[in-house]
Design a protein around this ligand. Structure first.
Ligand SMILES: [Zn+2]
Length: 485
């Protein structure tokens, strides 16, 4: 019935992680290149994944009291200069519009790399009294950062994200907001939607957001032992409020400077989920955000068989749709083996095989993506109960495997030599936890010598202090070091 010569293209070995990653992105149909270097075209399958992620994240943003708004793409270039650390951090990667409408602009416009400045400008207008606070807004948009080295989803010149920006009356309220987003929005999202075990922590001074008082992060370990900063939440203190005159009259009649926060998570998370869960056969989609949760592969030889199979396929599809499962039947004129490989590459969590004998017996065969040899026969009446249950099992298996991998690649070393050995060994590369003296110079030396950076000072940490992993001076900061994307 089909072209026997058609095979799913091979992926690079996972050992060549960088090439394997690109193969998965392109061959699974998530994205394609772009005529502008460093940009990317997100294809429907990749965009559907993003939409499910976006929805799950947006629900959490709203459930924690925030509203969505939209701010302009273009920002007067003078705005960026108002916050000294901010311009230092972003100026090198900003795209500037100097001409428009056939004329040179009197003031160049920057394409937003992030929106603290333009939003700060608007907030100064909207905040007058303590009664106007807190202001809890978020926007979904694209931003542009002119990156030198790019990789689809992980680091692209233009990317999609959400950026939340809030204004508060007190420092305590701003800190509580920063942590609420870290815990109830980001961390919760990673665990429950993406099946990614994250590590929550504080960024060191050198790694924090330019202009922030404190930056909190969720860091995750990728399949090659490197770290990915997956979402960040910043307590901006009064830095931006001062630069943009966000002031309010408090209950005591005094005019005070407000406290602000900002927080963001981007299409980078798509890269993260590929690198955490992918295997030698391709992608493994976390079920809750998978565009297709169950793929039905009908199997038949003769036309007479096709009819009986088609009837059961339709029945199964209807039963699964009725319980909210995103199901699709693959009726392409290809061999079943080709379809199996193709959907494995695309990472669909469950495959449902239905052949003539199954049609006769009123049963189907379920195969979870996390254990491709574990075939399970289920009566057609049991499908609507068993498939949602199996989706949950796939989610749990992905989470457990990612956590076990992270634990197996997390070290507490006895010496700096051991630290260097691990970071130089591809087979052992991972996270190294230990005491740090807190000195930025010491941190910079570690980076220069090993390429590893402090990913975060984890919120969950041992008490006390100990000798710094690098210089040996007593330090009370507990740090996670790793090479990072
Ligand atoms: Zn040190």
């Amino acid at each position: 019935m089909a072209d026997e010569s058609k095979f799913v293209e091979d992926l690079a070995e996972k050992d060549d992680f960088a090439q394997w990653y690109l193969d998965v992105v392109y061959k699974a149909g998530l994205a394609d290149e772009s005529p502008v270097r460093g940009c990317m075209t997100i294809k429907p399958y990749g965009y559907a994944l993003w939409e499910h992620m976006q929805r799950a994240m947006d629900d959490r943003i709203k459930a924690t009291g925030h509203e969505n708004a939209y701010f302009p793409l273009f920002i007067p270039s003078s705005f960026l200069a108002r916050e000294a650390e901010h311009i230092e951090g972003f100026a090198p990667e900003v795209a500037v519009v100097t001409h428009a409408g056939g004329e040179e602009l009197t003031e160049p416009l920057i394409v937003r790399p992030t929106s603290e400045t333009v939003i700060g400008h608007m907030y100064a207008k909207w905040v007058q009294s303590y009664r106007d606070l807190p202001l809890l807004y978020n926007q979904w948009c694209n931003v542009v950062r002119w990156e030198k080295r790019t990789r689809p989803f992980l680091r692209t010149t233009e990317f999609l994200w959400q950026e939340g920006h809030t204004v508060h009356r007190t420092e305590d309220e701003a800190e509580a907001e920063t942590l609420l987003i870290l815990n109830d929005v980001y961390y919760d999202f990673f665990v429950k939607e993406l099946a990614i075990p994250g590590i929550r922590g504080l960024k060191s001074e050198s790694q924090k957001f330019p202009g922030a008082l404190r930056t909190y992060t969720v860091e995750a370990m990728m399949g090659d032992g490197k770290a990915l900063q997956s979402a960040t939440s910043h307590n901006l203190g009064q830095n931006f409020a001062r630069s943009f005159d966000i002031q309010f009259q408090d209950a005591d009649g005094q005019v005070k400077t407000a406290w602000t926060t900002s927080w963001g998570a981007s299409t980078r998370m798509v890269g993260g989920l590929i690198m955490v869960h992918g295997d030698s056969a391709g992608l493994r989609m976390p079920p809750r955000v998978a565009p297709i949760q169950a793929i039905v592969v009908p199997i038949w030889r003769k036309e007479a068989e096709r009819e009986a199979v088609a009837a059961l396929v339709a029945e199964v599809e209807a039963a699964l749709k009725a319980v909210g499962v995103r199901v699709k039947a693959d009726w392409r004129e290809e061999r079943p083996g080709f379809k199996y490989n193709d959907w494995e590459l695309r990472g669909v969590p469950i495959r449902i095989e239905i052949g003539p004998r199954d049609a006769q017996n009123g049963q189907v065969v379920l195969v979870p993506r996390t254990s491709r040899t574990a075939k399970e026969t289920v009566s057609k009446d049991g499908v609507a109960r068993r498939v949602p249950e199996m989706l949950q099992e796939v989610h749990q298996a992905l989470y457990d495997q990612a956590l076990a991998f992270r634990q197996s690649r997390t070290y507490q070393v006895q010496s700096y030599e051991e630290f260097q050995e691990i970071l130089a060994d591809k087979a052992r590369l991972g996270f190294i936890e230990g005491w740090w003296c807190g000195d930025a110079q010491c941190e910079a030396e570690v980076k220069a010598e090993t390429q590893a950076t402090i990913r975060c000072l984890p919120l969950e940490r041992p008490d006390g202090s100990g000798p710094c992993i690098h210089c040996g001076k007593t330090g009370s900061a507990w740090a996670v070091f790793a090479k990072a994307y």
